[in-house]
Design a protein around this ligand. Structure first.
Ligand code: PEP
Length: 245
């Protein structure tokens, strides 16, 4: 039985002073859930967020991590720095990082290894663009991202987020059947790499315009184990409605 995991990717939203109030509301609105709940605010809010999450069921994630422990990497943050703040999860390889900041499968792999070495749970994002889907390359892209992103590491400790790029922030959600097809492909690919038992234990979130009105059906698919939520994670009521089903 895979425990469902719903994570809110706040992206570049909410200042440090706005963070605690939203987390307090989320904690109250999701009390008693059996779903693993994670909030991923910007780096600048993590300290306040950690204080707000303390003693609650809500876990704290970051939105990126560098692969080195320390050094001359201006603008980057290491896994140890995140750990010290109380971070337990980290999003890696989000399509916005791949699109705008030059993230590659190789850097995703390095970041994921660093996260695991520090004991963080990596949420590794994969997903095809509309052009790739329309030109019949969806399977090839997803298989490549999974295999290269997860090379030589403990796959059983990773969470994967399938996020079709064309569905992120667009209001255009994958149908439950489209999402299930991609999730099943990811699980088959995992089984090829690490065998069926571990593949069946790995949680695969869906992300891309997930909202309270479509979340239940998406998360009801056999290979969909939760959601990575962008826009709807910025309001406690919509985020909690997704968590609470
Ligand atoms: C995301 O950025 O991970 C995401 C899924 O965004 P949205 O829910 O806004 O499409």
């Amino acid at each position: 039985m895979r425990v469902k995991i719903v994570a809110g990717n706040w992206k570049m939203n909410k200042t440090a002073s706005e963070t605690a109030a939203l987390i307090d509301e989320i904690i109250k609105a999701t009390a008693g859930t059996h779903v693993e709940v994670v909030v991923c605010p910007p780096f600048t809010s993590l300290k306040d967020a950690a204080a707000a999450c303390t003693g609650s069921h809500v876990k704290l994630g970051a939105q990126n991590v560098h692969w080195e422990v320390s050094g001359a990497y201006t603008g980057e943050v290491s896994a140890e720095m995140l750990k010290e703040l109380g971070v337990t999860h980290v999003i890696i390889g989000h399509s916005e990082r791949r699109q705008y900041f030059g993230e590659t499968d190789e850097t995703v792999n390095k970041r994921t290894k660093a996260a695991l070495a520090a004991g963080l749970v990596p949420i590794v994002c994969v997903g095809e663009t509309l052009e790739e889907r329309d030109s019949g390359k969806m399977d090839e892209v997803i298989v490549r991202q999974v295999k290269l992103g997860l090379t030589d590491l403990d796959v059983g400790k990773v969470v994967i987020a399938y996020e079709p790029v064309w569905a992120i922030g667009t209001g255009r959600t994958a149908t439950p059947a489209q999402a299930q097809e991609a999730h099943a492909l990811i699980r088959r690919t995992l089984a090829e790499i690490v065998g069926g038992a571990i593949a069946n234990s790995v949680r695969i979130q869906y992300g891309g315009s997930m909202k309270p009105d479509n979340a239940k059906e998406l998360m009801g698919q056999p290979d969909i184990d939760g959601g990575l939520i962008g826009g709807a994670a910025l309001k406690a009521d919509s985020f909690a409605a997704i968590v609470n089903g």
